[in-house]
Design a protein around this ligand. Sequence first.
Ligand code: 8NA
Ligand code: MG
Ligand code: MG
Ligand code: MG
Length: 347
Amino acid sequence: ESSLMKSKFRGCLLGSLIGDCLGAPFEGDVVTAGDKIVIQRYFDKLQDSTFKAPFKQYTDDTAMCKSVAKFLIDKPEPDYKFLAKLFVTEYFNEPKRGYGENVIEVFRKLKNTKFEDVYKPAREQFFGSGSYGNGGAMRIAPVSLYFYNQYHSMVEVAKNVTKITHSNILGINGALLQCLAVHQALLSDPENSIDPKKFCTELSTKLKDIEEVDEDNLDNINNIYHDKLKTVQKLLQKEPSDDLDEEILENLGNGIRAHESVPTAIYCFLRAQNEIPGIETENSFRRTIQYAITLGGDTDTIACMAGAIAGAYLGEDAINSVLAKHCEFNKEILEMAENLFTARESI
Ligand code: 8NA
Ligand code: MG
Ligand code: MG
Ligand code: MG
């Protein structure tokens, strides 16, 4: 039982890394039917062990995920100033990891104010409305893992970890939704198939309980994620096709906003539980990230989030090790998963 959980920890962080590394070359692209064939060949080639490709490099998604994992491993009591410093140090060491355009401003201010109030710079983003980028959600998986049997701590820590860079309700609730999705996948038996309807309704019920609420509810903002989860269920009932992919982009999105990518990642995970035309593989982990990438847009981040959910459900054994070896940091991320697993035994 504990060995399955350890495998799920490793699968989750490895899944997140692979989605980021393999998705990054396609970030921002509009994907045509021809590109889907190119992506199929790209995966086939990477999985062929005789193919000596260079490493696929990770981006900001993994850079920030590393910091969240280290914060949990090194600090028995959550120390958010420590985490803010990790984010900032990581950024200034390697600024060219493809960070979101505006989050860089938060890092500069944190540094210049000597981390006096770790939440203030994020609150000042976008004229005081805070960021709703998917940067909070893309790095949240270690929190789902570490606190998997301490639900209330998981929720509280997920919110605080997010608020260091993302204070907009949509940014926070998007990170909470991704946190819940990873957590729910982690606690699901990989021997049993996932019931997509149940998966979505449970997520919605849990999110309702913990989400941040906007008093004014302008533009029906409080319902966005709940409506999207209903849309996910509706779209899953349709036969996959290129037309359906268009519908997915229109209704769920593939952008850098949390509400236009987190529900999409959940959709990718659920859709990939069954075969998808044009994606030739028996392996549902590969199918999840390959499918996420074929949707285009913010491919590294959507594949990273979908990969974390799939890896948490399936465990490490379901992930092709040759595919993993093409990703920069693949050994180190497994060490982090291992350390996260060990560290949580002492709490
Ligand atoms: P962020 O906080 O800078 O947000 C990302 C973007 O979302 C911003 O630059 C804005 O365009 C938009 N945005 C967010 N909040 C608001 C708001 N309140 N009002 C108006 N616009 C808003 O950074 P982040 O960490 O959330 O970004 C994560 C994404 O950035 C990930 O996809 C990540 O991979 C990276 N990214 C990189 C590239 C690239 O070309 N390398 C492209 C897109 C995204
Ligand atoms: Mg790019
Ligand atoms: Mg990225
Ligand atoms: Mg991205």
